[in-house]
Design a protein around this ligand. Structure first.
Ligand code: CTP
Ligand code: CA
Length: 223
């Protein structure tokens, strides 16, 4: 049993965790965002820190206090989140739990767009960079263990497996968001590994899911 220098299983390890939504401006007063309270990601950052890891939490706009002992970096847009994740590397562990906006506005207005008799403005969108896929790409800075999330309303296993291979990460935490997940305290997830393991964890507080995941990560580094 290889525990780190201070006796905790992740002592000496570093982790970067993304959490919360991103916010993509349309103009100075409006924007596009995703539904995410950040609770699951914050709980994961906290659980990793409790096991001894040095954690950087890259957070979109949420109303949560930073967990004790965790370094939080605030971001708004997906591009800012990507830059903050890059700046947190090298790290042993990456957990990308943020609900990143898939698109941003092409040509953000510098002043407030006013209502006009001609009807609503049209907004052109361009795709945001895939932060998880970028972190998972082979290279000197690739973390040893890269974990993504898949929030799905249907076909959880098929969609999660497809994301695992498309993004090149090591594990995917599949999250059935068809019932009460957003903003709630509870969560039910299934972990899919590249090696083909499947583990379903019963609905439990997000803190419980986080501790299970952190323990599973610690086991991975022990092995
Ligand atoms: N993700 C990311 N950067 C993006 C989009 C997603 O890092 N631009 C990450 C999320 O943090 C999550 C994983 O990719 O860990 C899966 O996100 P999800 O939205 O489920 O996947 P997408 O590839 O965006 O597919 P879709 O939204 O079409 O289901
Ligand atoms: Ca998406």
């Amino acid at each position: 049993l290889l525990a780190g220098p201070d006796g905790r299983p992740l002592a000496g390890r570093t982790a970067v965790v993304t959490a919360g939504p991103t916010f993509e401006p349309i103009d100075p007063v409006r924007g596009l965002t995703n539904r995410s309270s950040g609770k699951q990601g914050y709980a994961i950052a906290e659980a990793l820190a409790e096991l001894g890891a040095r954690v950087t939490l890259v957070s979109g706009p949420v109303a949560l206090a930073a967990p004790v002992g965790v370094e939080r970096v605030w971001v708004e847009t997906a591009k800012e989140m990507q830059a903050a994740v890059q700046a947190a590397l090298p790290a042993d562990i990456a957990v990308m739990s943020a609900a990143v906006a898939d698109w941003r506005v092409d040509g953000v207005a510098s002043g407030k767009i006013k209502k006009a008799p001609g009807g609503p403005p049209s907004v052109a969108l361009i795709e945001n960079p895939d932060i998880l896929a970028g972190v998972s790409a082979p290279g000197k800075l690739r973390p040893k263990l890269v974990i993504g999330f898949a929030a799905e309303t249907t076909d959880l296993e098929a969609n999660a497996r497809a994301k695992l291979s498309r993004k090149g990460c090591d594990w995917i935490v599949g999250n059935d968001v068809s019932d009460d997940v957003f903003g709630s305290e509870g969560n039910a997830v299934t972990l899919f590994t590249r090696g083909g393991d499947v583990e379903s964890w019963p609905r439990q507080p997000k803190s419980g899911v986080a501790r299970k995941l952190a323990m599973r990560i610690a086991d991975h580094f022990k092995a």
